[in-house]
Design a protein around this ligand. Structure first.
Ligand code: HEM
Length: 524
């Protein structure tokens, strides 16, 4: 048997001719070329999407195999194409992207347009879960059990853990805690470790303490999982196969075992711990504890009385770990970048922080309720950063349901992938002076108009569940950083370097170097 490598679409879709003898090879090539030419003719002239504007490659290739996805430039690619072709662009042969807000609302405001499997199915190697499911009834049912862990009251109970593993960890950490005058810190790295420390405390019941320990296998498990998710998104049939990717699968197994052991430990501790706070109105257990995992273990479906099984807990915990780590780290770094680029806003924010916490000498003295009410500029800065530079700048792809739908005056057949392009939309015609960093658009009366038009956390029933947690965590960490340290950007190059987008945004070299100088008079 001969295996001949004929061609490869950017190395992702290898095509093999199997079992063809030398004699039949020319026939194989002719067949493939004929297929290829017919495919291109169909996509450009005959497909129901043929009249939608877009780049040539976009018209003939599925979006997931396009080079821009692999080199971290997809959000830029989408922005450039929207600038060039308008609010509706065909970015893949079966994929249409929008930046028109009514259309974005139409797609996301209900369960009608389900998550497009090709972007989510890889993650289902952990089982069907809240984040990945395409089934509305499954999602509604699971949400009833998960939501109590994200209510305002639950977040208040969690605040101490957030402060302990966020702000306290930051000022005792190494760096910047031990920074001497003018020390240089790669703050992107620090904030990435810090957000991992917080989210593991919340979702595993014990922090991996990367900032103080320096390493933990979870970093490798994260990389292995991300790689397998990408592979299984493109080749879902490999998920069940017993062969291939032995090393990655081994790491995944270690990860799952570790998460299972955390669940067992947390369950045992819950039996010994006294309740942190009683919540009278929700859930038969009525008990809230200072971490998400503990609350998920205790939570009961109010309609059926069911609890999550260990397998379900594992699946949900892993997606929350992924959903709540890099997104938060990336947002904190982009907020810093925007503040360095806009020093007048930075000065104003620092002044408000120092006036609000003039005598605070410990990170524990800074609380979220005070920040929210007395320094509304902090949240406005976060929102404006997420608008002008969203940490998840891509498109959250959905599928047109059976029967097809009319979107933006075009009929799109069932199965077409559609979505709103987060980065392109937020600098589009919907916003006045979109390229100007202006947090005031999120303050007062202006804010009431702006917030409903923000799409950085998606919209509707599948919007981000962790939004309030993210704001609380980011605000607490950054206010602590600004209260206890004087920071400045190292040089101009740091401000202008390229940021890449894989799942979230990050500096191309994973560095954002700043100079740090502790302010006098704080106590670790
Ligand atoms: C600034 C930080 C964050 C950003 C920008 C962000 C953004 C998003 C976006 C855009 C989605 C929709 C994704 C899609 O439809 O494919 C989403 C969903 C989700 N996020 Fe976040 N997220 C952030 C932080 C968090 C945190 C801290 C958590 C929790 C620990 C979290 C948990 C979730 C969950 C569970 C979903 C799935 C919701 C569903 O399918 O119903 N996120 N997030």
């Amino acid at each position: 048997m001969t295996f001949t490598w004929l061609f490869s679409l950017q190395g992702i879709v290898p095509v093999f001719v199997t079992g063809l003898g030398e004699r039949w090879l020319p026939l194989g090539i002719v067949t493939l070329v004929t297929f290829g030419v017919s495919w291109v003719i169909y996509q450009i002239f005959l497909s129901p999407l043929a009249n939608i504007p877009g780049p040539f490659l976009g018209k003939i290739l599925p979006s997931i195999v396009q080079p821009a996805y692999r080199n971290g430039r997809m959000f830029r690619h989408s922005m450039e194409n929207h600038r060039r072709y308008g609010p509706m662009v065909r970015l893949g042969c079966n994929t249409v992207s929008f930046i028109d807000f009514p259309t974005i609302q139409q797609i996301y405001q209900s369960y009608e347009f389900i998550k497009a499997p090709i972007w989510y199915q890889g993650f289902e190697m952990f089982g069907e879960g809240f984040f990945t499911t395409a089934r509305a009834d499954f999602h509604r049912k699971r949400k009833r059990v998960i939501l109590p862990a994200f209510t305002l009251r639950a977040l208040r109970v969690m605040e101490k853990s957030i402060i302990q593993f966020g702000p306290v960890n930051l000022i005792t950490g190494d760096p910047p805690g031990d920074a001497t005058e003018g020390a240089v810190v790669n703050i992107y790295h620090t904030l990435t470790l810090l957000s991992a420390d917080v989210i593991t405390e919340l979702t595993l019941g014990k922090s991996v303490q990367l900032l103080s320990r320096g390493s933990h296998p979870i970093t490798e498990w994260f990389h292995a999982t991300t790689r397998l998710v990408v592979i299984f998104n493109v080749f879902p049939f490999l998920k069940g196969a017993r062969w291939g990717f032995r090393e990655l699968r081994g790491l995944l197994q270690d990860f799952e075992d570790y998460v299972s052991s955390c669940i067992q430990e947390r369950r045992q501790r819950l039996q010994q711990e006294p309740p942190a706070e009683k919540e009278s109105s929700r859930g038969p257990s009525g008990r809230l504890v200072p971490d998400i995992l503990g609350n998920l273990i205790l939570s009961v479906d109010p309609d059926t009385g069911e609890k999550l099984t260990d397998q379900e807990l594992k699946c949900e915990t892993i997606s929350l770990l992924f959903g709540g780590s890099d997104t938060v780290a990336s947002t904190m770094s982009t907020v810093l970048l925007q503040l360095f680029r806009n020093p007048h806003v930075f000065t104003r924010l620092q002044e408000e922080i120092i006036t609000t916490f003039p005598k605070t000498v410990k990170a524990m003295g800074i609380d979220y309720e005070t920040i929210r009410h007395q320094i509304p500029l902090m949240e406005a800065v976060i929102s404006e950063t997420l608008r002008i530079m969203p940490s998840s700048p891509g498109t959250f792809w959905r599928t047109v349901p059976a029967g097809g739908r009319v979107l933006f005056n075009h009929y799109l057949p069932a199965g077409t992938e559609v979505g709103g392009a987060a980065a392109a939309y937020h600098i589009g015609p919907e916003w006045s002076d979109p390229m100007v960093f202006n947090p005031d658009r999120f303050l007062g009366v202006a804010g009431e108009k702006s917030y409903p038009r923000v799409y950085t956390f998606s919209l509707g029933p599948r919007q981000c569940l962790g939004r309030a947690l993210a704001f609380r965590e980011i605000s607490l960490i950054l206010v602590t950083l600004f209260r206890f340290f004087e920071i400045s950007i190292l040089d101009e190059e740091e401000l202008n370097k390229q940021w890449l987008h894989f799942v979230t945004l990050r500096p191309h070299d994973k560095q954002l170097n700043i100079a740090v100088k502790p302010r006098p008079g704080f106590i670790v």
